[in-house]
Design a protein around this ligand. Structure first.
Ligand SMILES: NC(=O)c1ccc[n+]([C@@H]2O[C@H](COP(=O)([O-])OP(=O)(O)OC[C@H]3O[C@@H](n4cnc5c(N)ncnc54)[C@H](OP(=O)(O)O)[C@@H]3O)[C@@H](O)[C@H]2O)c1
Length: 301
């Protein structure tokens, strides 16, 4: 089975390279090989390789910058995925695409289901929703995997930022009124591999159904709670250089950013677990595994 993966140098893409390797011949595409702002190159790429599966982990992910670059965000997050999905349809390939909790406005009191009505608060969320809708309208074979609060041992992300700031400052002020499920990129990649394999079997048996699935850890916390746990685990795994002793919880309004964020980013994973017989771990459990990798595996206590 030939699998074409885009965004190979991103957080999720990097982990996908490892998770998808045993499933077939993997063609890894970086921005240098295919720039999503050059749509004709994308068509040529798919026609050249004619894969059985396309996994699109490339995206415009600069949430605040997107407020000033909406044209570029929509080009990369909506127009380019549409081209990939069109090409997938032409060659009968399965198209796997990632989306985000930021398609919702966060006003729901409980975790969002896949069928809840999206209402993005920012340009990034709007561009990702436009990508989802373009793929769905094509009626090709697709899986859209919405995830949230992605971190990894590699790449630029909240976890790495907190570790850097905690080494520099004695006190940190962190937003405590946005809640969600921090999700390790490796878990997303490994789950994608399971879902891909099962979906290809289902296609052979003519029982595949295109759908959106929520793919996150279970449980939830705030950015403040996430930061506290990161710093505790870093100390537990031997990082004695961290200066931060005080983590002050603040409101979103105390830390204004160009893009609005949803207060509730929780996504229900029931559909994914039931459909694929999976059991998603807690955010705390996954974070501990990632921290073990990042800090070494010798806890002090
Ligand atoms: N990060 C999160 O918290 C989060 C949350 C929910 C959903 N998601 C979704 O998850 C997916 C993967 O996110 P991620 O966190 O892995 O993102 P990431 O680390 O920012 O990686 C994005 C990848 O897209 C590539 N890319 C950006 N612009 C491109 C262009 N013009 N042409 C080709 N490639 C381009 C980047 O290439 P370079 O390496 O060259 O920069 C990078 O490899 C995305 O669909 C995102 O919307 C992410």
């Amino acid at each position: 089975m030939k699998i074409l993966l885009t965004g190979c140098h991103g957080q999720i893409g990097w982990e996908l390279v490892r998770s998808l390797l045993p499933l077939g011949e993997l063609i890894c595409i970086t921005r240098a090989q295919a720039d999503f702002t050059k749509l004709h190159e994308l068509r040529e790429l798919i026609q050249k390789h004619r894969p059985k599966v396309i996994v699109n982990a490339a995206a415009y992910t600069a949430v605040d910058k997107a407020e000033q670059e909406s044209g570029r965000a929509f080009l990369i997050n909506a127009e380019a995925p549409l081209i990939l999905a069109e090409e997938a349809k032409k060659i009968g390939a399965l198209f796997i695409h990632y989306s985000t909790d930021y398609v919702f406005d966060g006003t729901k009191a409980s975790p969002y289901d896949e069928d809840d009505t999206p209402h993005p608060l920012n340009v990034y969320g709007q561009s990702k929703l436009a990508g989802e809708q373009a793929i769905q309208a094509l009626s090709t074979d697709y899986l859209i995997l919405r995830t949230s609060w992605v971190y990894a041992a590699r790449g630029r992300n909240f976890l790495k930022t907190i570790l850097r700031l905690a080494a520099e400052r004695e006190e940190l002020s962190i937003v405590a009124d946005q809640i969600g499920a921090p999700t390790w990129a490796r878990l997303i990649a490994d789950t994608t591999a399971h879902v891909l394999r099962q979906s290809m079997l289902d296609r052979q048996l003519c029982r595949f159904h295109s759908s959106i699935y929520h793919l996150t850890t279970v449980g939830s916390t705030s950015w403040h709670g996430f930061s506290s746990r990161i710093i505790d685990l870093a100390r537990q795994y031997g990082n004695t250089d961290l200066k931060s002793r005080i983590l002050t919880p603040i409101l979103t309004t105390d830390y204004p950013l160009p893009a609005k964020r949803p207060a509730n980013s929780r996504l229900s994973v029931d559909r994914l677990e039931k459909r694929f017989g999976l059991y998603m771990p807690t955010w705390e459990g996954a974070l501990e595994l990632c921290m073990q990798e990042l800090m070494g595996d010798n806890p002090k206590s």
